[in-house]
Each structure stands twice: as C-alpha cells, then as structure tokens.
Design a protein around this ligand. Structure first.
Ligand SMILES: CC(=O)SCCNC(=O)CCNC(=O)[C@H](O)C(C)(C)COP(=O)(O)OP(=O)(O)OC[C@H]1O[C@@H](n2cnc3c(N)ncnc32)[C@H](O)[C@@H]1OP(=O)(O)O
Ligand SMILES: O=C([O-])CC(=O)C(=O)O
Length: 376
C-alpha cells in the first residue's frame, strides 16, 4: 500500500543504483563513469571509446579500443532480411516508428537471438550500436527512393553515418563536430527512454525488446522528439527579429517552448554549451548564421520571460540542420548515439537485477456493487 506520499512523474525519486552516469543538476555537470563530458570532448575522445567506457567502466587501452572498433566496423551491415523488410514500410512513415520496427526485426534475425546469456547480450549490444546508424541512414535513403549506401569500413562511426546518410564523406571538421554531438548524447542517467529500457530488461526480457521500449519513449516530443520540434519552431519564427514576439505569444498561449526546461538541470545543460558553440561555428563555416542568431534570441527571450535554460535538444536542432541532416532524422540521430547508453544500462540491469515494479496511488472508487447488464 502507498502512504499517500508520492511524486507525480517520479520527480527526484531514486529508482535504482547505477555506476554509469552522474548528473549534478544544480552545478550543470554531466559525468560518464567519473569522466566529465567537457574533458571527454576536449581530450578528443572518440565515440567508440565512450561506448567502451559506458559498457565496461574503464577507458580502453589502445589494443582494446582497436579490437572494439574493428568489431563495430565488422558488424555494421544490416541482414538481407532487414533490408527486404525495409522496402515493405510506408515511404512517408514516421522515421522513429520505422526505426523501432527495424530494430525489432533485427532482433529476430540476430544470429544470437536465442542466446540471452550475459555474453550473448553483449554480442547483441555490439550489433545494436553498429547497426543503429546503418538503419537510420537506410531508412532515409529508402524514403527518398534511393538504395542504401554500403558502410565504409575505412571511416569511424560518426563519419560513416554521415557518409551513409548524405552520400558524401564529411570533411574533418564536420565529422568531429558530429562525433562530439554523439558523445554528448550518449547517456543521461535515468531519462525516460533509459528507464523504459531498464524496466523491460528487469523482467529478464531480451536486449532487443528493451531497446524497442526505449525507442518508443525517445520518440515523444517531451523527450528526444523535442529536437525536431525545435527546428519546426525556428522555421515557423522565420527570422531572428520576430523571435521575441513569437515567444511572448507562445507563452501567453501556455505553449511549451521546445528545447527548454529539464527535469534535472536547474541551470545550463552542459551539453547545450558545446552545441551552442557548434551551431555558431557551423553557421560561420556555411556563411549563414541565421538559425544560430535566431536561437540566441529565442534563448534570451525564454530566459527573460520564463526563466528556463536550453536543454540538449535546443542547439542540436540548428547544428544538425546546418549539417544537412533532414529534420525528421534528428530524433533517430539521437538514437544513433543513445543506443550506447541504453545498452550500457541494460547490461548493468542484467548484472544486478531486481524487477522494477512501483505502485500507483489509487484515486478511483474503492467499492461498488456490480449491476447486471439487464438492469443498467
Ligand atoms: C533529451 C531530453 O529529453 S531534454 C527535454 C526535451 N523536451 C523538451 O524540450 C520539451 C519542452 N520541455 C518540457 O516540456 C519540460 O521542461 C520537460 C518535460 C523537459 C521537463 O518538465 P517537468 O520537469 O515535468 O516540468 P513540468 O512539465 O512540471 O513544468 C514545470 C513548469 O515549467 C513550465 N515549463 C517547463 N518547461 C517549459 C517549456 N519548455 N516551455 C514553457 N513552459 C515550460 C511548465 O509549464 C510548468 O509551469 P507551471 O508551473 O506554470 O504550470
Ligand atoms: O535526462 C532527461 O530527462 C532527458 C535528457 O536530457 C536526456 O535523455 O538526454
């Protein structure tokens, strides 16, 4: 029985213990396994290195990283069955629903599908990380009536994704900027999608089912889906000078300003600091800073009028847009990164499992006499 003391939305409720990710919401700090994200970015960590760190708790040695990287590169190709199934999906379908469907199918065709041992789950986690990016790129190509691009084993994870998505190899700056975006989005403690993954894993269901749960949760506009909504908002605003008035009207109508506010951060989201800079730099490189400038004005207006800070989704929107990533691919791109954190959490759940089953505060009628249908 509950004692009536509960928090709607589980705000600040500690649901489990984890060694993977630490957030200080007052100081605006995000730490993966003891390493501050600022240090990982400044220290030129690779995305592959961060995946290894999240999974194993330690940075890899050179040999460990080489072996892991080679394994990821070797696992990038989708199975023929998944590629065939892709062609049966509606071309104008929601990209997150298409991704959720392909991940589910990939589970059925995974050579280790029946092996739900810990080692089997690690093998599947490796394929999930390697193939999430291939799936997202293939979905977009299919939507455009194009064949998927075969992964390029010469390129690292970040550069290969942009190559498979856009058809040309990114320049060095863009490849690194995108890799930093992947690192920044890799994990975030018990956010809604990771929690969904852990709830599923905690029933001792398989890792693909856990990831399908996570993708469903990430899609929502209050979570990962916000990055697409931010770009739609910037386009609706149209030009920087219109931003303050637009925000004023939106807030007067009680609309939520996408890309602002956070359940845990009460200050600047440390990921937004990097993405803001990236948005500026890419705008300058492209010779068009309109969306960066508009974003700055929106940020100032929302801070002044509502006291809210931008979250990770705000500046990732203009950043991805200026990298020529289509808007409906923004949330799938989040999944390309977050698969690293989801799998780390599912593996941790398996290592130290207890069923996750909270209670609800029952506020309905407690006792009624049943009335047979003939008398109603
Ligand atoms: C990767 C990520 O998931 S990051 C988050 C991505 N989501 C978004 O950007 C969507 C916009 N943001 C929001 O909706 C919220 O800030 C959330 C969902 C992220 C967190 O919300 P919660 O912690 O549940 O706060 P809650 O929804 O209770 O809001 C508290 C108050 O702040 C207001 N508020 C919070 N965020 C916003 C926003 N973005 N725009 C306008 N008002 C907001 C609410 O209206 C509410 O005001 P009230 O007390 O006057 O009614
Ligand atoms: O932590 C959260 O609630 C949402 C978030 O920022 C993320 O998942 O990256």
């Amino acid at each position: 029985m509950t004692d009536g003391h509960f928090v709607e939305g589980l705000e600040d409720v500690v649901a489990l213990s984890s060694e993977i990710c630490f957030i200080d919401g007052d100081e605006g700090r995000l730490v993966y396994r003891g390493y501050d994200i600022h240090d990982l970015v400044k220290g030129s960590a690779s995305f592959e290195e961060v995946v290894y760190l999240l999974w194993h708790g330690e940075l890899p040695t050179k040999d460990q990283l080489t072996a892991f990287d080679q394994e990821l590169r070797a696992q990038r190709a989708l199975s023929p069955e998944v590629l065939t199934a892709l062609k049966t999906l509606p071309k104008n379908g929601n990209t997150m629903e298409m991704l959720r469907t392909l991940v589910s199918l990939a589970g059925l065709y995974d050579p280790d599908d029946q092996d739900n041992s810990y080692d089997g789950s690690v093998k599947k986690a490796t394929r999930l990380v390697a193939q999430m990016s291939t799936m997202v790129a293939a979905i977009e190509r299919y939507r455009n009536g194009q064949d998927p691009i075969v992964p390029n084993e010469q390129l690292n994870h970040a550069a290969n994704f942009l190559y498979m998505l856009l058809g040309t190899e990114p320049d060095e700056y863009t490849a690194r900027a995108f890799e930093i975006a992947l690192i920044l989005h890799a994990d975030h403690e018990l956010n809604a999608s990771t929690f969904a993954a852990r709830v599923t894993a905690a029933t001792l269901s398989d890792i693909y089912s856990s990831i399908v749960s996570a993708i469903g949760a990430l899609k929502g506009p209050l979570h990962g889906g916000a990055n697409e909504q931010v770009m739609l908002m910037l386009k609706e605003i149209g030009e920087p000078s219109k931003a303050p008035e637009w925000i004023k009207n939106a807030l007067a109508q009680k609309r939520r300003i996408m890309g602002f506010g956070h359940r845990v951060y009460h200050t600047e989201d440390p990921r937004a600091t990097h993405l803001r800079q990236m948005s500026k730099e890419i705008g300058e490189r492209n010779g068009n800073t309109t969306y960066y400038e508009m974003s700055r004005i929106v940020e100032q207006a929302v801070k002044e009028q509502k006291g809210l800070y931008p979250n990770v989704d705000f500046y990732s929107a203009s950043t991805y847009y200026m990298m020529n990533i289509p808007v409906h691919v923004f949330t799938p791109v989040f999944a390309v990164s977050r698969i690293s954190g989801w799998t780390a959490h599912v593996l941790e759940q398996y290592r130290n499992n207890r069923l996750i089953r909270p209670r609800a505060e029952y506020v309905g009628i407690k006792k009624r006499a049943y009335i047979p249908i003939a008398q109603r």
